[in-house]
Design a protein around this ligand. Structure first.
Ligand SMILES: [Zn+2]
Length: 431
């Protein structure tokens, strides 16, 4: 059987196991992977906080004198509403050149490609200098402490490595007429906050006797919308600008250049230069004829890697100005980065040079949270997001993730297997 057929079949089997989170039930996927890997001589261990939510960690032990690499993934998926789909979301059906089903892109495709990479290396007798590890984790989509966060705390030796490849990027894009593959090396910190605007209740037919909290919230929301945060250049964004423009630019200059010449470049760049604020939810009175004494406004806020809530809060309070409200952070997750110019970065570059010599690997900071954060935070692991995709249009892929008719091109899946095999050999020194 070819690697292409092998990864196709494994992905189909993974999609057919419903691991929608909640409740997850990822043990089904962990057991399938354990049996598959065992068939090719790779030992694995299941680690579970509760029996039905196992994480799988498999390893080809190194000789002990090289760098270790973790191929990381998650086996849970978001839900799927079958009525919106053209096929059964858990069918794993092959249609033309694609495999369809929930998780095909996010991220059972990468699970399967990583598993086939380690299994195929093992049966070829691969003997790395450093450990080659594969982890298929539970509970990434909801993040309630059953997956990698828990593994890093309870079984750190199982997942501590020098380097890691995970989800996050890998798409092939064109900017200014040139070809780039995105590789994520950092992520913004998800840092939502809530405003509790206070007033005084009253009957809505006599507005003069009350103090309407909803109305008082309006100017605060407008001030947030009008705010233009200070632009800043992190190392990965500076490297990205230099790779595209051919020289270093000030952030405002880079943004202007992108806006004038390439809309896609502007959309990619803008959120990487500052924190972002988007008021998204509001609640006030539950009854139309009662003037609300309280109005809650929830704001999606993402900080740059390295930016802290302590540093940002006084700035936001100044933007909001005086008023009868309380400000509270709802959460704060992620916001870590890995350095560039490492052996893993070189491995990604040499892989891309092999498949498309005229293309350049572009470092990118992603807006969303990934499990890479836990590794960087716990062990200082250099973690990148890279799962190469050159056949499926990246805009289509972005639309399909977490949505109906999710599917992956088999060409991209096969490309992923080759990518992870290449990275494993380059980084763990088994060549
Ligand atoms: Zn994912």
């Amino acid at each position: 059987m070819t690697l292409r057929d092998e990864v196709t079949q494994l992905l189909q089997e993974l999609i057919r196991l419903d691991t929608v989170n909640p409740p997850g039930d990822e043990t089904k996927a962990a057991e399938l992977l354990r049996d598959y890997l065992a068939g090719h001589g790779v030992e694995s261990e299941l680690y579970a906080r509760t029996p039905e939510r196992a994480n799988l960690v498999a390893r080809i032990p190194g000789r002990g004198d090289g760098k270790s690499l973790l191929l990381l993934s998650h086996t849970d998926t978001v839900p799927a509403n079958a009525e919106e789909w053209q096929v059964d979301p858990w069918s794993g059906e092959v249609r033309g050149t694609e495999i369809w089903g929930r998780g095909a892109l996010d991220m059972k495709g990468q699970v399967a490609a990583e598993a086939v990479a380690i299994a195929s290396l093992a049966r070829e007798g691969f003997e790395p200098a450093g450990d080659l590890v594969f982890a298929a984790c539970a509970d990434e989509e909801v993040g309630t402490g059953f997956g990698l966060e828990w593994l890093c705390e309870e079984h750190p030796d199982a997942v501590r490595t020098d380097f890691a490849l995970n989800e996050g990027a890998g798409e092939r894009i064109e900017l200014f007429g040139r070809i780039f593959y995105l590789c994520s090396s950092a992520e913004k910190m998800s840092s939502p906050f809530r405003l509790l605007v206070h007033g005084r209740a009253g009957h809505a037919s006599v507005p003069g006797i009350a103090d309407n909290a909803l109305v008082k919230a309006a100017p605060l929301i407008e001030r947030l919308a009008a705010y233009r945060p200070e632009l800043r250049l992190g190392p990965e964004t500076a490297a990205m600008i230099e790779a595209v423009a051919g020289r270093q630019l000030e952030p405002a200059e880079a943004l202007q250049l992108a806006r004038e010449n390439d809309q896609a470049a502007a959309e990619l760049l803008e959120p990487l230069l500052s924190l972002t604020l988007s008021p998204t939810m509001i609640s006030a009175s539950e009854t139309r004829n009662v003037i609300p004494h309280l109005c809650e406004v929830d704001v999606d806020c993402r900080l740059l890697p390295g930016q802290t809530q302590d540093e940002v809060e006084p700035v936001l309070r100044q933007v909001l100005g005086e008023g009868d409200y309380d400000f509270e952070w709802v959460d704060g997750r992620g916001g870590t980065r890995s350095e560039l110019g490492t052996p893993l970065w070189s491995a990604v570059e040499s892989f891309v040079a092999g498949i498309e010599p005229e293309a350049t690997v572009l470092p990118v900071c992603v807006a969303g949270f990934t499990d890479s954060h836990w590794l960087r935070d716990a062990f200082g692991t250099v973690a990148y997001g890279f799962f190469p995709a050159r056949t499926m249009d990246p805009q289509l892929a972005a639309r399909l993730i977490h949505s109906a008719d999710e599917r992956i091109e088999i060409d991209d899946l096969e490309l992923g297997v080759n990518c992870f095999r290449h990275a494993a050999v380059e980084v763990t020194g088994g060549g």
